[in-house]
Design a protein around this ligand. Sequence first.
Ligand code: BG6
Ligand code: MG
Length: 222
Amino acid sequence: MRTKACIFDLDGVIVDTARYHYLAWKRLTGDLGIRFTEKDNEHLKGVSRMASLDIILEIGGKKLSTSEKEELAALKNKWYLEYISTMTPREILPGTLELIDDLRSQNIKIALGSASRNTPLILERLKLKDYFDAVADGNSVHKAKPDPEVFLKAAEMLGVEADRCVVFEDAYAGVEAALNAGMICIGIGENDILKDAHMVIKGLYEMDLDKLIDLEKQLGNE
Ligand code: BG6
Ligand code: MG
């Protein structure tokens, strides 16, 4: 196969933490008196904690000092951690483990590429650490998606060229990051939001080796 590595986003791809991020931001915006909708939340997906807060404050037309912002970001994270504290491997989204096993059987390397600084904790809770050959996350990468840094870093850690990597992403910013890295991107979610991706599916349970081979062929023929 042409694909040598698959890089998975975490929140919203492997586990439904995107929901918990939304709930924690919703609680914070409620306290701040800022109107915040699920549609606004789409702009936050894949975006770092502080950059997300900046977007929210912009929506609410509020200007705060750095220390006030740090306090709010810490509060949001405290609530988020409460939501994920009871998470178990049963919350790994359908199809994830099967797909990773199939990819591995073809000697395709597996990496994680997430903006989240909570990545180590989540992988631990989900007992997923051993599934990844490399992890690039918000602790090791500083430029937020749509910058390609997180995916390029993952590819570098694996020793695989960017154009041999396939990224799975649920965020608009994440799809752009993958494309900016020169990688194939499979969007997880709604076609109208992720239309720039090379292919969009509802969840990893819809993906298998045959579909990946078909996509490679289709892109090779373009
Ligand atoms: C991304 C999420 O994966 O991680 C964003 O899509 C989140 O919603 C970002 O803001 C940073 O996460 P954390 O866990 O470091 O606050
Ligand atoms: Mg995501």
